[in-house]
Design a protein around this ligand. Structure first.
Ligand SMILES: Cc1cc2nc3c(=O)[nH]c(=O)nc-3n(C[C@H](O)[C@H](O)[C@H](O)COP(=O)(O)OP(=O)(O)OC[C@H]3O[C@@H](n4cnc5c(N)ncnc54)[C@H](O)[C@@H]3O)c2cc1C
Length: 473
């Protein structure tokens, strides 16, 4: 058997193998918390090359770490050990022709989400996945994390948008599941299993994605709410009143808005009133005849009469709508530019959002008085990014990370929710999963991992505990 390091450049050619300083841009995660120098970065050009790389690494006892856009927030796409090869899908970016009749499209796993949106525009079709990192996140990574984003409550998470998959398994064989039907009950739902597997079961190389017609019209509003409970009540009302037209229901706080406006000077806030909580509401329809502006304006009026909405404005142009969305989507960037931060990706039943935020604040202030709490996220599906910044002059903020994370995870679990809503576990949350999930669930996950990857080649140290020592016999 050839040495893997000489075998890999031979398989991949000069464009496909990076080492030394060329590999550095792939080394650390987006939050710069995880990642050591790997043996190298493989950049295969097609499925056969991915399969050959995985086979060679497995034979040599090397770990394989799949990487998409490296925007994941749990440290899952970088190496934890130096005897690892990062497999970047960044050269596999082909986008097929969309099929309007079946509402589907075949893409390679390295396609950047924003590039897919752009490619679909002229066809009057859309892929309804939107998130702040869409200019970098790739289809394979979105599948790997089972991403959610701002439209998940209406269109579902990645697992609901994937019809078919092609996956290179841990032994280098290829599973061809590139089917484009919604209904396929011929056995276990394998395609769903790979959604959220974080690269621990195989490498997604191609996918068939579900498309929707682009809405013919949208109506968007930016609202100041009297408090979080008011935002929840108004959300419940909108769900009943606007029904299937409700396409966006996002919230952010004044802590987050202040940071975003401070650090991103080109950002515009369009209202005179400030409050503790803001809502971005969007209605959309495939028919130009539905009076969306009217429905939204009358909902606003109701909200004001009830004392839930303090102030609000409807977007009068596409440009203004884009500004509303930027205010929401720049929340993570504003906080990142402020300095130290801790992120918690919580979900609770939507009706419990306000209670979680209030009870969480008490717990966090007990741990560090004055800690700045910046909750924002997806009101429609109960997903709260419960992020923290230290009060000025705090010496050891990161030293308290475990205490914050544990307190908030326990609270979410007690409320019937999750401490890992849409970002996954990665390396960051395995211990937390051990503490917050029952023995049966943990055991099932370990058995699944072992069935797909008995030697522990695929992304060891991510999602489940280390399994590399498992004897396949
Ligand atoms: C500013 C910002 C905003 C964000 N907003 C959201 C949001 O609203 N909703 C949301 O869900 N997430 C959000 N995220 C998190 C992140 O963008 C998503 O998790 C995204 O799905 C990661 O895609 P990626 O291509 O960057 O994956 P990576 O970070 O490269 O990888 C993520 C995981 O998937 C695995 N993986 C990568 N490629 C493959 C493959 N081909 N086959 C199998 N496994 C693979 C990796 O090993 C890793 O475990 C945000 C991140 C940032 C920085």
């Amino acid at each position: 058997m050839a040495e893997p390091i000489s075998a890999l450049p031979a398989i991949l050619g000069p464009k496909g193998w990076l080492s030394g300083t060329d590999a550095e841009p792939y080394q650390r995660d987006w939050l710069n918390r995880y990642g050591v120098a790997p043996l190298g970065v493989a950049r295969p050009a097609n499925t056969a090359e991915v399969a050959a790389v995985v086979k060679a690494c497995r034979q040599a006892g090397l770990a394989v770490v799949p990487q998409g856009g490296n925007t994941g927030l749990c440290g899952g796409a970088v190496a934890e050990q130096s005897d690892a090869v990062i497999v970047s899908l960044s050269r596999m970016t082909a986008i097929g022709e969309p099929y309007p009749e079946s509402g589907s499209i075949a893409v390679e796993a390295g396609v950047v989400l924003a590039a897919l949106h752009e490619a679909l525009e002229p066809h009057g079709l859309m892929f309804p996945m939107h998130l702040g990192a869409e200019g970098s996140a790739r289809i394979g990574g979105l599948i790997g994390t089972n991403a959610g984003g701002s439209h998940a409550f209406r269109y579902g998470m990645m697992q609901d948008l994937v019809l078919g998959l092609e996956v290179v398994m841990a032994d280098g064989t290829v599973w061809d599941g590139m089917r484009s039907v919604q209904k396929d009950n011929a056995g276990y739902q394998l395609r769903k299993l790979f959604c959220g597997a974080e690269g621990t079961l195989g490498i997604v190389t191609r996918a068939i994605l579900r498309l929707h017609p682009t809405p013919k019209q949208q109506a968007s509003a930016l609202l100041v709410m009297s408090d979080f409970a008011a935002a929840v009540s108004f959300g419940t009302y909108l769900r009943a009143e606007a029904g299937e037209f409700l396409a966006g229901l996002e919230f952010f706080s004044d802590v987050g808005l202040t940071l975003a406006l401070k650090h991103l000077p080109d950002l515009a806030y369009q209202l005179e009133t400030r409050g503790d909580v803001y809502l971005l509401v969007e209605l959309a329809s495939g028919s130009a005849r539905v009076p969306l502006d009217e429905i939204l304006a009358s909902a606003l009026e109701w909200g004001m009469e009830q004392g839930l909405v303090v102030d609000g404005t409807l977007a009068n142009s596409g440009a203004q709508r884009a500004q509303f969305w930027r205010l929401r989507e720049e929340q993570p960037e504003g906080q990142r530019l402020e300095g130290e931060q801790l992120k918690h990706d919580i979900s609770v039943p939507p009706g419990a959002i306000a209670r979680f935020i209030e009870a969480g604040a008490k717990l966090c202030h007990d741990i560090l008085p004055g800690v700045r709490i910046n909750p924002f996220g997806h009101l429609g599906d109960g997903n709260i990014h419960y992020n923290l910044s230290p009060p000025e002059g705090t010496a050891d903020f990161y030293g308290k990370a475990g205490a914050f994370a544990e307190a908030l995870a326990t609270l979410a679990t007690e409320m019937g929710g999750s401490f890992a809503a849409e970002h996954g576990l990665g390396r960051a949350k395995i211990a937390m999963a051990d503490r917050n999930r029952g023995t049966v669930e943990r055991e099932l996950m370990a058995q699944l991992k072992c069935a797909f990857d008995p030697l522990g080649t695929m992304n060891p140290g991510v999602l489940v505990r280390e399994t590399r020592s498992v004897d396949p016999r």
